[in-house]
Design a protein around this ligand. Structure first.
Ligand SMILES: [Zn+2]
Length: 327
C-alpha cells in the first residue's frame, strides 16, 4: 500500500483510472509531532479509499497533520477538503489558492476559459463538451478545505521532525507551482514541474497565458540545486536532475521548431497548428482523438505559440474573432 522512499518518508500511489499518468504520488513525511502530506489525489471514491488505507497503515493522525499542495490541479489537491480539519495547516501558493480552496467563481472561470479557447481556434461545437470532460471541471474541490492557510513563497521553510523543507516557486505547469527541497538530504519533491517518464504538460489558458516562458525560467530555479533523488508527482523517482532538465529543454526547443515549421507554409490559428503537430497518442488521426486530448493538444500548441509571440518570432492578427499566428 505504501513504500518508504527515504528515512521516515513514505509514498502512496493513488490510481488515476483512464488517465495516461496512471497514478499520482502522495508523499507522507512522518514525525512524532506532526505528519506532512504532500499532494492528495483526485476527489473520487477509489482515490479516497486508497489514500485513507495508506494513512491508516502508516498510523497518520489527521488531527496532527499538515498538507503541502504543489499545485492546484485536481489530481494533487482534490481530497484536501475531505482530509483537512480545523487543526490542519495548509501550505500552497497564493496564485493557486482560489482553485485549491474552491473560492473561485467557477462559472465565470469556465466561461472565460471556453471563450479564450474559441478565440484561439478551438471549434465552438466541441468546446462545451471539452469542458464537461475536463478533469479540473469533473474533480475540483467541492467541499472547502478547513484549517489555516499559509501562502508559501520561495525560501519559506517547513520543518517536520529532522527535516527542513524549503519552498521553491516554479511557475509554468501552473502559475503557482511550488517544489519542496531538503538541502541536508539532497532530496527534491518536484510535483509536476519535472517528471521522469513523461513530459509535464505546459498549457496556455485564460488564467496562464504564457506558461512556457515561465516554465523554462523555472527550470533554471532548480537546476543549480544539489540533488541526489527527485520525488515527482507522477511515476518514478529519479537521480540525474540535470540530465532530465536538459532533456526537457531540448523537448521544448524541438517543439518550438516544429511549430515554426508548421507556420512557414501559411498563417494558422492554434487549433490548426495543433492538428499538424506530432502527438504521442494511440490514435492515427487528430479528428479521432478524444475531445479532452484535443483540448490539451490545443492548449499545448498555444503555449508554444505564445512563447514565440512573446519572443517576437511570430506575430498575430484577429480574423472573424479568432487569432491567427504568422511568421
Ligand atoms: Zn498537474
Amino acid at each position: 500500500m505504501f513504500e518508504e522512499v527515504w528515512d521516515g518518508i513514505f509514498k502512496i500511489e493513488i490510481p488515476l483510472p483512464k488517465n495516461p499518468l496512471k497514478y499520482i504520488n502522495s508523499y507522507i513525511v512522518k514525525s512524532k509531532e506532526i505528519s506532512l502530506i504532500i499532494d492528495t489525489g483526485l476527489r473520487n471514491e477509489l482515490s479516497s479509499s486508497v489514500l485513507a488505507n495508506g494513512l491508516r497503515q502508516l498510523e497518520v493522525d489527521l488531527n496532527r497533520s499538515a498538507f503541502f499542495i504543489t499545485h492546484m490541479h485536481a489530481d494533487h489537491c482534490g481530497l484536501l477538503g475531505e482530509l483537512s480539519s480545523d487543526s490542519s495547516t495548509l501550505y500552497f501558493s497564493k496564485e493557486d489558492e482560489s482553485f485549491i480552496t474552491g473560492s473561485l467563481d467557477w462559472y465565470r472561470f469556465w466561461e472565460q476559459t471556453r471563450l479564450f479557447a474559441e478565440q484561439h481556434g478551438f471549434p465552438r461545437q466541441l468546446s462545451h463538451q471539452a469542458i464537461l470532460k475536463h478533469p479540473g471541471y469533473l474533480f475540483s474541490t467541492k467541499d472547502r478545505p478547513k484549517g489555516r492557510v499559509v501562502n508559501v513563497e520561495s525560501g519559506y521553510k517547513i520543518t517536520v521532525g529532522k527535516y527542513t523543507f524549503e519552498c521553491i516557486k516554479t511557475p509554468g505547469h501552473t502559475r503557482g507551482h511550488t517544489c519542496l527541497y531538503e538541502k541536508n538530504n539532497k532530496i527534491l519533491f518536484s510535483g509536476d514541474h519535472v517528471l521522469y517518464d513523461i513530459t509535464p504538460n505546459i498549457s496556455s489558458g485564460y488564467e496562464n497565458k504564457n506558461p512556457l516562458g515561465a516554465y523554462l525560467k523555472s527550470l533554471e530555479n532548480i537546476e543549480k540545486l544539489d540533488v541526489e533523488v527527485v520525488f515527482p508527482g507522477h511515476r518514478n523517482s529519479f537521480k540525474d536532475l540535470q540530465k532530465r532538465i536538459n532533456q526537457l529543454k531540448k523537448h521544448h526547443k524541438d517543439r518550438l521548431d516544429e511549430v515554426v515549421g508548421i507556420l512557414e507554409d501559411s498563417p494558422k490559428n492554434a487549433y490548426e497548428v495543433a492538428v499538424l503537430m506530432s502527438w504521442d497518442i494511440d490514435c492515427d488521426r487528430f479528428e479521432d482523438y478524444p475531445v479532452a486530448q484535443k483540448w490539451f493538444a490545443h492548449s499545448e500548441a498555444l503555449a508554444h505559440l505564445f512563447w514565440l509571440y512573446e519572443q517576437g518570432k511570430i506575430t498575430k492578427f484577429k480574423k472573424d474573432g479568432v487569432y491567427i499566428f504568422e511568421i
